[in-house]
Design a protein. Structure first.
Length: 289
């Protein structure tokens, strides 16, 4: 008896295979592509106001801060944001350093598809109740500044129960932590060479995190957690140094757990292809028992 050939499975295999081959050079486990040195970029292409803000936060969070005596450029080299070029033996930004601390007009010279956007629609009669874009020209447009501009907008309407520990009010909840993890996860796992850009949406009934790039561990493993395979390992290190994105390999499973504990509908994860895109949706609607 001859086997029945399922053409849909074959087409799905071809699609997955093309996707894997295309991303393979950027997704090497041995060397994260964001550690590469941008030999044609200058240290002056970075925004040193962002570097200052990052250093201040790093120092504030770590009592054993050991970088006080380093110049900014020495500091950037120590955290992987800059490296000595093998070509001219001079210090240049790395891919991660440019994304984290660059100025938008300089970032897009190296990553033409780079784009960050925040869209807030809380009134159906208004197109945008708030909007932020990396190419607006009135702010740096880099990842570090984007994170802090956007996270405050995402959580500003969250209810905070009155809670005091050792005389200090705690203005934080598990939902705050979950959204921080979702935003960090989005920035860390983006393929910055693919079109579409990062788009964060805040609606009345949901928070949506969209980023270019497929899920390296697969959707099932992403929900289960426990295995960490970030696309941009140098960015992971830089964010972790300032206590952002600390739940390596478990961020999505932790978010799902928190959402269920809050009685909200389960988060959903969607993958799109050609171009590859990952979409995480956090519903703000209560689950009906």
């Amino acid at each position: 008896m001859s086997e029945i050939f399922d053409i849909s499975l074959f087409n799905e295999y071809k699609k997955d295979n093309r996707r894997e081959v295309k991303a393979m050079p950027r997704d090497q486990v041995e060397l994260s592509s964001d550690a590469e040195t941008l030999d044609d970029a200058l240290m002056a292409d970075l925004n040193y106001e962002t570097v200052k803000a990052y250093r201040n936060r790093h120092k504030l969070l770590h009592s054993d801060y050991a970088f006080e005596q380093l110049s900014d450029d020495e500091y950037l080299r120590s955290i992987g944001a800059a490296a000595i070029s093998k070509i001219d033996k001079e210090l240049h930004p790395t891919v991660a350093g440019m994304l984290m601390f660059g100025i938008e007009c300089n970032i897009v010279c190296h990553f033409p598809e780079y784009f960050l956007a925040y869209h807030e629609i809380l009134d159906a009669t208004i197109r945008w109740t708030d909007r932020l874009q990396s190419n607006s020209g009135d702010w740096s447009g880099n990842l570090f500044d984007f994170y802090f501009r956007v996270i405050s907008k995402l959580v500003k309407d969250f209810k905070i129960p009155f809670k005091i520990i050792e005389g200090t009010r705690i203005d934080n909840t598990p939902m705050h932590d979950a959204v921080r993890e979702a935003l960090a996860n989005c920035l860390i796992n983006t393929d910055y060479y693919i079109s579409g850009g990062i788009v964060i949406k805040k609606n009345l009934d949901s928070l949506i995190f969209e980023n270019p790039g497929h899920i390296r561990t697969g959707k099932t493993q992403m929900r289960l957690g426990g295995i960490s395979d970030p696309r941009n390992k140098s960015l992971v290190k830089m964010f972790n140094m300032v206590n952002i994105g600390k739940r390596a390999g478990s961020s999505i499973s932790n978010i799902v757990k928190i959402w269920r504990e809050e009685g909200l509908l389960d988060p959903t994860i969607e993958e799109q292809f050609n171009p590859d895109r990952t979409i995480l949706t956090l519903p703000l609607e209560k689950r009906v028992n």
